[in-house]
Design a protein around this ligand. Structure first.
Ligand code: MLT
Ligand code: MN
Length: 301
């Protein structure tokens, strides 16, 4: 079984379409590779794949991942896909917009917390996913599913906030509100956590992390005021529901003594200097035993 990083960047991607600052400038200048928005696929040729979060770049990500291509000779005919299902961990644009790429009357299962599925149900654009073919299944905290042979997926609640486009009605504070989740993937030989948004590393979460072999963790910003420092916006990382990498209550400090085999930042914003492996910030995360995800990275599970 393998995990394929379909996209490693946070919302907006790298570069962001309307940004010539931050780390985007290096990509436009050709010195850094572009990266698509956060998503992974988990599975194998034999079992098919489950996609964790459907980013707006999903169509491009499928094209770039041969594992996810339809096959010319298939019992279902020429319209087929190795993608058996999608798990959505929150309803942010960068996690759900890619579902719209999965229309076209293809059997598919969508799993997610009721709170997230309700947001999809309230938005008629997602009706393009024909319910005769696309079934939605609530997946609540601590519930376990086995969507493909040899893979257990457990969802767990993580502190976060309502999607940006619903802040006016649902509020902008972060907390354990059911809007954000992490995913635990278990195979016969490993345990992997995917936590793309995290506003707080509490004791329960730290305990779960201490049992993992691989950790893909929210690497949105290195410093809380990074967007302001680069002139990219006024919001802090915390205001967006993301714990800064370098904060005293952040992942470098809090996960320092945990025996996780592989620690990778994921969902990295285009402001974050860790994209550049010559930067002091990248050297800091490396020294602390971390590295970053990049599009196309494959991890054996
Ligand atoms: C986030 O991760 O903070 C959101 O994806 C931001 C957004 O919705 O643009
Ligand atoms: Mn995001």
């Amino acid at each position: 079984m393998e995990l394929v990083v379909l996209g490693a960047a946070a919302g907006g991607g790298l570069p962001q379409w309307n940004c010539a600052g931050g780390q985007s400038s290096r990509v436009w200048a050709g010195s850094l590779e572009p990266q698509t928005q956060a998503s992974v696929a988990v599975g194998s040729k034999e079992t098919g794949y489950v996609v964790i979060n459907a980013s707006p770049d999903l169509r491009q990500q499928i094209i770039l991942a041969p594992q996810l291509h339809p096959k010319p000779k298939h019992p279902d005919g020429v319209r087929n896909t190795p993608i058996k299902g999608v798990v959505v961990t929150n309803a942010d644009v960068d996690n759900v917009a890619g579902l719209l790429n999965l229309r076209e009357k293809q059997d598919l299962a969508i799993y997610g917390p009721t709170k997230v599925l309700e947001i999809l149900r309230d938005n008629p654009i997602f009706e393009v996913l024909d319910p005769d073919f696309v079934k939605q299944y609530p997946l609540e905290t601590n519930e376990v599913i086995r969507p493909i042979k040899g893979l257990e997926i457990e969802l767990f609640n993580v502190a976060g906030k309502a999607p940006l486009y619903l802040e006016e009605s649902l509020g902008s504070e972060s907390g354990h509100l059911g809007f954000t989740s992490g995913i635990e993937l278990r195979t016969s030989s490993s345990k992997t956590l995917i936590i793309s948004s995290c506003a707080e590393l509490d004791q329960v979460l730290l305990e779960r992390i201490s049992t993992a072999d691989n950790l893909l963790f929210d690497g949105t910003v290195f410093e809380d005021k990074e967007m302001q420092n680069f002139g990219l916006g006024v919001k802090t990382g915390r205001r967006m529901g993301h714990l800064p990498i370098s904060a005293a209550d952040g992942p470098i400090a809090q996960i320092a003594n945990h025996p996780v085999f592989r620690k990778l930042f994921f969902h990295i914003n285009n402001s974050n200097p860790i994209w550049d492996n010559e930067s002091d910030e990248y050297k800091t995360i490396q020294k602390a035993g971390w590295d970053i995800c990049r599009d196309g990275m494959v991890i054996d599970l």
